[in-house]
Unconditional design. Structure first.
Length: 399
């Protein structure tokens, strides 16, 4: 049944993740019941978030009221909490994960240290697969919930059970995967649908030449003029048959020409510069620490990668010369070098120039890291003042 939902119905299915559903409650699409909530994870009894699950919140939904008769089960991961007033700790956990993911995407970090929430999400998915051994499994998620779902399907011990994955507006976490997880992502690529609105500042790490999890569908969206609305499906448009309006290849290229650093800064500014949100100074310090630590980690990884690349260019140039000497045994060294030059292989083209590009890239990353670290320092300084308010933090960020 769920496999035949329209694009619009799937979006509505996922949108329910932000509702307050108790166990046994009907899961509805446009007022029509399509399932029943069997379990809710990471919630307190009143429906408020419980940070004991590393910030993870999720619903488990089956297509029948009796779980033993279910033929379909869905894990629906909730996205980032924005209720700073009532759930500050959960907000810190959620947005801390978002910021770390964004920084790693920008710096191209190959760090395989998995964020705690991703681990919790993968465990949830495996538990559901074991509990419902005969049911087809669907996975939904938006924003941080999308990243939870992306990681979960790539990590699960039961990939054959995944009937479909539908993820919305989450950063690209492909580079955080291990080789075996990337292989699983490849095997499941036709079952995973990764929807992205390029006008959403959270949509980081995507592009035509960037590997990602599943089939990335770029939305032909409208500009809402409001960051939360844009992120929460506000720009999605549908055809008469409720299929999504999508972009052409040329439009995708233009849309994702924006630097991920700009998206990261815009995201950070929105979180901490929102004058309508009263942020507790202690929570500001917590997320500032996450921001600073993630930047230091990512820059260290990027610096090491640049050093490795520079060494590779040197070694490759030496290897080319050795191969040339082995082939041109009757030629003098001067004649061999002339032949290499004629073929475009010189020390300048194979070593100096690519090394210079690496240095330029590292300089750009270092500059960005300094700005982000300065942002974290400023946030801690503002929070240290007893009278610090979100408006002061907003002014600081805007400088």
């Amino acid at each position: 049944m769920w496999g035949h939902l329209t694009d619009k119905e799937r979006m509505e299915f996922a949108r329910n993740e932000y509702g307050n559903y108790s166990v046994g409650k009907r899961w509805k699409i446009h007022g029509k019941s399509v399932g029943y909530v069997q379990q809710r994870i990471g919630f307190n009894k009143d429906g408020s978030p419980n940070i004991n699950h590393a910030g993870e919140q999720a619903y488990v939904v089956t297509n029948t009221r009796n779980p033993h008769k279910a033929t379909e089960v869905a894990v629906v991961y909730r996205g980032s909490d924005t209720d700073f007033k009532h759930s500050p700790k959960d907000v810190c956990a959620d947005w801390g994960n978002d910021i770390v993911a964004g920084i790693r995407i920008f710096f191209g970090s190959h760090n395989k240290t998995v964020l705690p929430q991703f681990k919790a999400a993968a465990k949830t998915l495996d538990n559901v697969c074991r509990k419902y051994p005969h049911a087809s499994v669907y996975v939904f998620g938006q924003s941080l919930g999308s990243m939870d779902g992306q990681y979960g399907v790539c990590r699960t011990k039961y990939p054959q059970r995944i009937k479909g994955g539908y993820f919305y507006e989450g950063p690209n976490i492909y580079d955080a995967l291990t080789f075996s997880e990337k292989l699983q992502a490849f095997k499941l690529r036709h079952r995973i649908h990764n929807y992205q609105d390029g006008k959403d500042i959270v949509s980081m790490g995507y592009g035509l030449l960037k590997p990602s999890i599943g089939q990335v569908i770029y939305i032909d969206s409208t500009e809402t003029g409001n960051v939360p609305d844009q992120h929460m499906w506000g720009g999605y448009r549908f055809n008469r048959n409720d299929s999504l309006k999508t972009l052409s290849v040329e439009q995708e290229q233009l849309l994702y020409a924006e630097n991920d650093y700009d998206r990261l800064i815009n995201l950070t500014n929105f979180i901490f510069g929102n004058k309508e949100v009263k942020v507790d100074p202690g929570d500001v310090v917590s997320i500032a620490n996450v921001l600073t630590a993630a930047v230091e980690e990512a820059l260290t990884m990027a610096t090491s990668e640049v050093k490795r690349e520079k060494s590779f260019f040197e070694e490759n140039w030496q290897h080319v010369q050795q191969m040339a000497r082995a082939i041109g045994t009757d030629l003098s060294m001067g004649e061999i070098m002339d032949a290499l030059v004629a073929g475009g292989a010189t020390q300048a083209s194979m070593v100096a120039q690519p090394q210079e590009i690496c240095e330029q890239e590292l300089h750009q990353l270092t500059s960005a890291a300094e700005r982000l670290t300065s942002l974290g320092t400023g946030m801690r300084s503002a929070a240290g003042n007893f009278e610090a308010t979100d408006s002061k933090i907003s002014q600081m960020i805007g400088e």
